[in-house]
Design a protein around this ligand. Structure first.
Ligand code: MN3
Length: 329
């Protein structure tokens, strides 16, 4: 009876609590010797990375558990707690790090030429890529990461981030899809290299699996996330969108108080959006028309709120604005 209770009630709770999991390391701790020693690997993976995963599971709100992907969390990190920011970043960054150092993975039919061509076009050559990454990594004060990423123009770029931040995050000035990250926290190298971060950085290039980086690159340039990030980096759009979504969410729960308090602010945000410079990839004329329409309907919505219009009409108006907003891109 007791066992049945455990199986039915406690087991699902246990699995629910472990929403994110430590990915399997499919090579040994010794596999990266002599450049990264086994003890560093063991502590880094089984203690540091495991702690990010556990802390992430604990710090996620109930709403996010089971409903949101790791990348969605990163893309909207400005709306999350510091604990989620550090631990979701830590989990994503380390998962990628083990992959790009992976000495075992071999891709079939890998087209490494596409990455080679992009490196030549955007960064000169592989040596300048390495020296730019090393500069980004060695000038990062304290703990952080150096990144090779694909920006929203599908160009290869290099940046560094503090702590466990990365280019997916909407708080990072340099945004795009990361394809190669180098951990420059002291825990990544201190046992073997002590304070000599540059020696560690020179060694790490001997370990990078370029097939994995190529695979990441090919996936990134095809990813719809680049368009999402472009739109999300358009500040007046984002400001409008955040407020609209908050209001709409409350209205769906039949609570009109936020709409009543903020309908003029929403109309103001719609005006700012209309007056902003439309980013390059958006079709100019079409987008302008949509922004005009959005502004017109937000002004009407504000008037309706002041006239105490019936709630189903307000609801219809919000739906219309939502559909216009969805048409951008
Ligand atoms: Mn680390």
């Amino acid at each position: 009876m007791k066992l049945l209770f455990i199986i039915i009630f406690l087991l699902p709770l246990y699995f629910k609590a472990q929403y994110f999991e430590l990915p399997k390391l499919n090579y040994s701790y010794q596999a990266l010797e002599p450049y990264i020693d086994a003890q560093t690997m063991e502590i880094h993976y089984s203690k540091h990375h495991a702690a990010y995963v556990n802390n992430l599971n604990q710090s996620l709100g109930k709403i996010d558990q089971g409903k949101i992907s790791l990348i969605d969390i990163l893309l909207k990190i400005s709306t999350k707690s510091i604990a989620v920011r550090n631990n979701a970043g830590g989990h994503y960054n380390h998962s990628m790090f083990w992959e790009i150092l992976n000495p075992v993975i071999k891709y079939k039919n890998i087209r490494i030429e596409e990455l080679e061509r992009a490196i030549k076009e955007d960064l000169g050559n592989i040596d300048s890529l390495k020296s730019k990454m090393n500069r980004a990594a060695s000038t990062r004060f304290g703990s952080g990461w150096a990144w090779l990423y694909v920006d929203t123009d599908k160009k290869l770029k290099i940046c560094s981030t503090p702590n466990q931040d990365n280019p997916f995050m909407d708080i990072n000035p340099d945004r795009g899809i990361p394809i190669l990250g180098i951990d420059v926290w002291e825990h990544a190298y201190y046992l073997k290299y002590q304070n000599k971060r540059s020696d560690y950085l020179n060694s790490i290039w001997k370990l990078i699996n370029w097939e994995v980086v190529s695979e990441n690159y090919i996936k990134a340039i095809k990813s719809p996330l680049l368009a999402y990030i472009e739109k999300d980096s358009w500040k007046p759009y984002k400001e409008f969108s955040i407020l609209f979504d908050q209001i709409n969410e409350e209205v769906q729960k039949n609570d009109f108080s936020l709409l009543k308090n903020k309908s003029s602010e929403l109309a103001m945000n719609a005006l700012n959006l209309k007056q902003s410079v439309i980013p390059k990839p958006f079709p100019l004329d079409e987008t302008k028309k949509l922004l005009d329409e959005i502004l017109k309907h937000c002004n009407e919505l504000h008037k309706m709120v002041n006239k105490n219009t019936k709630s189903d009409l307000l609801n219809d108006k919000l739906k219309l604005i939502q559909s216009l907003k969805d048409k951008i891109y």
